[in-house]
Design a binder for this molecule. Structure first.
Ligand SMILES: O=C(O)CCC(=O)C(=O)O
Length: 274
């Protein structure tokens, strides 16, 4: 099933209202196959910022080192969806993030907002998550707290692991994530390869473990920006961690700068000249 223009208008309205939405059948099967192979290639010969443990893989900025990932991040379906979601004329590519969860593994994604980890402020920021497998509640589908992007609260970083950053952010700590999940409506969708999720940087989201015995969960989140997004030197942001600074070319931005593509990030495409 592919998505008509009319459906897309409705999906964008849902995204704006709820902070997350699903687009069915956006990605061609050939790209799904190419991306699966690219992930296998990276697992066999890991680039920097590709971290595997027994339960899965987390990778950042893979498109700096993997040509397939880079080409995919610039494809029209992703770029056009980002433009629609941000209501912008173009997009800048911020970074990609690979999530692999092995069958019957224990890694989870804690309840969090992406913006807590990013040195950014502004409205024109969006994530598009592309799964490469069938995703169900059993394999750890991502769930979103409906409407939480409008709560006007940016919470403190939630630790992804005991090795993660533990900055001194003045932001409030989300004390009881289970209660927040239980007391609010959550959105999640069973997904087929080709479907994508689009979510806002302040939407609270989480994923449970992959408890299937035989199904990997492989997905990549592509993050896009436009000019309303400005640098904000938030304490503990992920670009300030040693492993990030050590793997990326030097970059330096002051609060209020447009984080343009001089060194770290890549200009992706603009709708008006793509
Ligand atoms: O796939 C996951 O487990 C988490 C995805 C996520 O947190 C994100 O894309 O921001």
């Amino acid at each position: 099933m592919s998505t008509s223009q009319q459906d897309l208008d409705k999906i964008i309205a849902e995204y704006q209202r709820d902070g997350a939405a699903v687009v069915r059948g956006l990605i061609e099967p050939t790209w799904i196959e190419r991306m699966r192979l690219a992930i296998d290639e990276m697992a066999a010969s890991p680039p920097p910022m590709f971290m595997a443990n027994g339960g899965g893989i987390n990778g950042f900025f893979m498109s700096r080192w993997n040509d397939t990932m880079r080409a995919f991040s610039r494809t029209a379906p992703l770029v056009d969806l980002a433009v629609r979601a941000m209501d912008s004329k173009g997009v800048r590519f911020f970074y990609d993030q690979l999530f692999v969860r092995e069958p019957n593994s224990y890694e989870t994604t804690p309840l969090h907002q992406d913006l807590s980890y990013w040195p950014l402020s502004g409205r024109q920021i969006v994530s598009i998550c592309v799964p490469f497998d069938h995703v169900s509640p059993e394999s750890g589908v991502v769930s979103y707290v409906k409407g939480s992007h409008r709560w006007d609260t940016l919470y403190h970083i939630a630790p992804f692991s005991s090795h993660g950053p533990n900055p001194k952010q003045s932001a409030p700590v989300l004390e009881d994530p289970e209660r927040v999940i239980a007391e609010n409506e959550t959105l999640s969708w069973e997904l087929e390869p080709g479907d994508v999720l689009v979510h806002a940087p302040t939407t609270l989201h989480f994923a449970l473990r992959n408890s299937t015995g035989d199904r990997r969960r492989e997905a990549v989140a592509f993050r896009y920006l436009e000019d309303d997004a400005r640098w904000l030197n938030r304490p503990g942001h992920f670009l300030d961690m040693d492993f990030t600074r050590g793997s990326l070319p030097p970059f330096s931005f002051a609060d209020g700068d447009i984080p343009n593509m001089t060194s770290c990030f890549r200009y992706c495409a603009r709708a008006d000249n793509a």
